[in-house]
Design a protein around this ligand. Structure first.
Ligand code: NAD
Ligand code: TYD
Length: 376
């Protein structure tokens, strides 16, 4: 059994830091470890938004680089010039539905991109600077384990991989490449496999923000199939804390599962959000003015917007995480209670109308890309 780490990162490269979890992680890290260098590398795909990092821009420890993890030369140059000791690798194509309609981008970024990043890390950390303390923290998903039946025990770190969607297959493949660089070349790595996240800055194509924003516009709430599929929901800050603990205290080379101990059927979570949004708007005249199309402003209820539609092909029935290894070895447990986490999330979307309206416009995306493109 490898020894527990006691590792203090000082100079981090965060890939995909302009996306949902990456941006929350950047804010968490800058707040928790002032003085650490935080370099974000992001391709600003449709899912990445530099505005997610706007409060970090004035921090002298922070730098944003617009670039692609497929660009080996850029990765190696950044590792050298910024003397990076820790990579936290979030960058990915992350939406299962998009992986069904267009799997190629998932193989490019999630598999090939991860491999280019691993190669750059090996070159700079192992070949050019042997003995240099370093860590490649790979952020992965519980979806690599496939699906559970109603009474199956939750996923453990030794549950065999059985990915069902092209997204899950691409993440599983990237996990295997990370493992192979640990075993073959001695690159120091950790993999975290986390359950479904929710919270601020999540692109409104994923279930929770999609439902909140659709209610505000009185659009249908699409439920795939019977809606009884189960996910284990975790507030995004708890994911950030889990990754932090793995980086500093986990055993090198070990995978760790991070979960919410919080299983919900999709239909129940959608109904809960409907009730929360109705209630918030009902009690606040300013919100009634801001969202005149919301069902409560029309004398209706959000729940009536629910529509059962054709199921997602290969739809995994249930995900659940057994958190005992993370709990025992790195003392991890989620802190946010679901009732407060989901209420905070609903409030965040109610308050940040400009954010969700603008990121859904392609024109805005193109504009923002031009503003931040570096001539690397
Ligand atoms: P996201 O789609 O919101 O963000 C992905 C980010 O990666 C975006 O900023 C995008 O611009 C960037 N990116 C995409 N391709 C890139 C490339 N080739 N080069 C550089 N940057 C690129 O995703 P998310 O939900 O924040 O997920 C982040 C990571 O966490 C992913 O690896 C995902 O597999 C994993 N994960 C997500 C969840 C979840 O519930 N969302 C759960 C467990 C694990
Ligand atoms: P999603 O947020 O896409 O995450 P994942 O597929 O990675 O778990 O979906 C969460 C669950 O919600 C999943 O079971 C699919 C379901 N879902 C719907 O029923 N309707 C929707 O419009 C979406 C986006 C998801």
């Amino acid at each position: 059994m490898t020894a527990k780490k006691s590792y203090e990162p000082k100079r981090l490269l965060i890939t995909g830091g302009a996306g949902f979890i990456g941006a929350n992680f950047v804010h968490y890290w800058l707040k928790t470890y002032p003085g650490n260098r935080v370099v974000v590398l992001d391709a600003l795909t449709y899912a990445g938004n530099i505005e997610n990092l706007s409060s970090a821009k004035s921090n002298p420890d922070f730098r944003f680089v617009h670039g692609n993890i497929l660009d080996y030369e850029l990765m190696a140059r950044l590792l050298r010039e910024e003397k990076i000791d820790t990579i936290v690798h979030f960058a990915a194509e992350s939406h299962v539905d998009r992986s069904i309609t267009g799997p190629d981008a998932f193989i490019e970024t999630n598999v090939k991109g991860t491999h280019e990043l691993l190669k750059a890390a090996k070159t700079v950390w192992l070949d050019e600077n042997p003995g240099m303390p370093h860590l490649f923290q790979h952020v992965s998903t519980d979806e690599v384990y496939g699906t559970l039946k109603e009474n199956d025990p939750p996923f453990r770190e030794d549950t065999p991989y059985a990915p069902n969607s092209p997204y899950a297959a691409s993440k599983a493949s990237s996990d295997f490449f990370v493992r192979s660089y640990q075993e073959t070349y001695g690159l120091n790595t950790n993999i975290s496999n986390c359950s479904n996240n929710y919270g601020p800055y999540q692109f409104p194509e994923k279930l929770i923000p999609l439902v909140i924003t659709n209610i505000l516009e009185s659009k249908a709430l699409p439920i795939y199939g019977d809606g009884k599929q189960i996910r284990d929901w975790l507030y995004v800050d708890d994911h950030a804390r889990g990754i932090d603990l793995i980086i500093r205290k986990g055993r090198t080379g070990e995978p760790y599962n991070i979960g919410g101990i919080n299983e919900w059927a999709n239909i129940d979570i959608v109904k809960l959000i409907c009730e929360l949004v109705d209630k918030r708007i009902k009690e606040d005249p300013a919100l009634q003015k801001q969202y005149p199309d919301a069902p409560v402003c029309q004398g209706n209820v959000a729940i009536d917007l629910i529509r059962h539609i054709k199921d997602r092909p290969g739809h995994d029935r249930r995900y659940a995480i057994d958190p005992s290894k993370s709990n025992k070895e790195i003392n991890y447990q989620p802190e946010e209670i679901f009732e407060t986490g989901i209420a905070k999330t609903v409030d965040w979307y109610l308050t940040n109308e400009n954010w969700w309206r603008s990121i859904m416009s392609g024109e805005y995306q193109n504009w923002i890309k031009q503003q931040y493109t570096e001539n690397d």
